[in-house]
Structures are given as C-alpha cells and as structure tokens.
Design a protein around this ligand. Structure first.
Ligand code: F6P
Ligand code: MN
Length: 340
C-alpha cells in the first residue's frame, strides 16, 4: 500500500545514516569493535523479528499466556520465553561467548572468551497484549576465560542499549562514544539514526514511579514525593507532572527525549528490600546510557555502575534521569536515613 498524501511527511526526503553504517565506520579494522558490531547487529535482527511478533498480538496465539516462572518466581509469558530463545539463537550466531538473560537461571555458555551479553528480552512484560510499550535491554561486556563477565561492575560494559516497542520501534545505544537514537523503518526493518550525542536536560519536573507504593517507601523518598506533590505551594516551589508506563524501557526512552526522573526504590513490602529491577541486565545498561547522555543512575545514593553484582539476577533500587533531580533524591535519602 502506498502512503496517502495526507499521511506523507511535509519534509520531502530525509537522509538518515543507518546504525549498520555507523557501526561499521566506528569498527573500521578493529577486530574487537567488529565483534561488538556483530553482536549489536544480531540484537537488531532479532528485535526486528520480535517487533513483527509483537505487532500481531493475539492473532497468532496469546503472547501473554503464562507458561512458567523464572528463577525468582516471576511469571513467564509465552513471549518472554519465545523472545529469550530467539535472542540466544541469534546471539550465538553473532559470536557471543556467554549470555545472561532474565529468562534463564544460569548463563548460556558457548566456547571461548570474548564478549558476554546480558539481556532482558522483554522488559515491561506486564504490558504484553495491552498495546502499551515493552522493550529489550542489552549490555555487552568483554571477558577472559577465567572471569564471569556478569559478576563485574557495570563500568566494564563496552556497549549497551535498548529497543522500545511502542508506537514506533526505537533504539537507543552507545558504544562509549555518546548516546544515539534510531528508529526502525517499518517497511525495511532498518534502524536509522535520528539523534546523536543525546543530552538529557539536567532539570525536570516530571516524575515516574508507581504511586501505589507511596506508603511503603523509605522516609527520605516518601518526603521527596510529598514535597513534589505539594507543587508550587510546597518547598519545591513548582508543580510536577507524572508519567508511569509500567515499562522501564518506555520510561528510559521518554527521559532520554525530554528529561525526567524514574525511580523503583527499595520499599517496605516483603521481597522489595532491593526494589524490583535487576542490576546486571536492567540497571547497568540504563546507567551506561544515562552517563553517556549526561544523566545519572543511582541506587538512591551511589552510582549504579560502581556496584558489583552479588549474583546473576540480583536486584537493585534504581533512580535515573535528569542529573539535578537524581542528586536531589540522594540528598533527601542521605538526610532522612531509614531507621529500619
Ligand atoms: O522489569 C521490571 C518492570 O517490568 C519494569 O519494566 C517496570 O518499571 C516495573 O517492572 C513495573 O513494576 P510494577 O508492576 O511493580 O509497577
Ligand atoms: Mn525487565
């Protein structure tokens, strides 16, 4: 079907470099960069296939059908398990040495050393089947034969990114040389760069957190929320807005585009003493991108990238986004330490 004139853009033509072209220029003759490039291209091939499956919704069976549970007892949906298998198959072909996925208890180990890929195949899977955004997060870490690439600090990452499956399919990524955004062309499946050297505005008045847990938050964070909600009459002296998509990748994409702050902190509910998100394949890639874009990511008070994982699937409280606001949250937490 050709695009009717009413939907065609008023700008006649765009020239966008593809991510493939960008990465092959970046890699040049460097063997190690070529290997990273192959892994990212593999992830994008898989994401393109996954986007087609997501777009068919329940036309090809219910993607949200419960099929099991992962190591921590989180329910696994059909699409969680299918996307895990897809990424493992494609990443093996693309030369991954090891893969740590949210959907498997143990890392998948292939021959040799090189690069490990930590991946959350479908983030925000509570949104599956609802037409709301979901995403994929990935992190690429070099390792030698004697190391576990997934039990080292996030500072070891050489590349990280996400694909957000919303009403556009967007890629955010960095190979350590600034943060870029690309959009998948729906007809060709090619990811085309739309923004380079993305910078997150340091100040923001937009919050993302699950407000239903306000009463369970630690005192410092609870006070922070209270002061924001008091708006222009309160100590912050301005009104705040709120967005909660229920998908960390969706929030990440929005915050990269227009600033904001996200938190999923430790709270007093049983099982939430370290929040909900996983350090290795959720917080670390987000933190890598934040630092590349001039934002911040902490566990409330300390940089995520300095944390050493205690296990493959360990959780961490996570605060990320506009630098001034993330620092502000840390100051509330530091001056109101929790007594428990
Ligand atoms: O990966 C965990 C996750 O799906 C995030 O993407 C999202 O921010 C969060 O859980 C939503 O959690 P809750 O349902 O507790 O609000
Ligand atoms: Mn997730």
């Amino acid at each position: 079907m050709s695009t009717p004139a009413t939907l065609a853009s008023d700008e006649a033509s765009f020239q966008h470099e593809s991510v493939d072209e960008y990465l092959s220029t970046w890699a040049g003759e460097d063997r190690s960069r070529q290997r990273v490039t192959a892994l990212i291209n593999g992830i994008l091939d898989a994401a393109c296939l996954l986007s087609e499956r997501i777009a068919t919704g329940s036309l090809e069976g219910d993607p949200a059908r419960l099929v099991g549970s992962n190591s921590d007892g989180d329910a696994q949906k059909a699409i969680d398990v299918a996307s895990h298998a897809l990424f493992v198959e494609i990443l093996e072909r693309a030369g991954a040495g090891r893969i740590l996925s949210e959907e498997a208890d143990e890392p998948v180990v292939f021959k040799g050393s090189g690069f490990g890929v930590a991946i959350d195949p479908i983030d925000g899977s509570g949104n599956v089947g609802l037409g709301a955004p979901v995403g994929t997060l990935f992190s690429i870490i070099p390792f030698t034969e004697t190391e576990d690439p997934f039990l080292t600090s996030g500072r070891r990452q050489v590349a990280a990114g996400y694909v957000s499956f919303g009403n556009t399919i967007d890629l955010g990524f960095s190979v350590g040389d600034g943060m870029l955004l690309a959009t998948m062309h729906p007809q060709t499946g090619e990811f085309l760069i739309v923004r380079r050297q993305v910078r997150i505005p340091p100040d923001t008045s937009e919050l993302a957190f699950n407000a239903s847990v306000h009463r369970h938050l630690q005192s410092g964070l609870s006070l922070y929320v209270h002061d924001c909600l008091a708006g222009r009459e309160g100590p912050r002296g301005r009104d705040f807005n709120m967005r909660w998509l229920g998908s960390a990748v969706g929030e990440l994409h929005r915050i990269l585009l227009r600033g904001g702050v996200f938190f999923y902190a430790a709270d007093k509910r049983p099982g939430y003493q370290n929040g909900r998100l996983r350090l290795v394949y959720e917080a670390n890639p987000i933190a890598f991108l934040m630092e590349q874009a001039g934002g911040r990511a902490t566990d409330g008070t300390s940089a995520i990238l300095d944390k050493v994982p205690t296990s493959h699937h360990c959780r961490t409280p996570l605060v990320f986004g506009s630098a001034t606001e993330v620092d502000f949250i840390a100051s509330y937490l530091n001056s109101n330490p929790t007594s428990e």
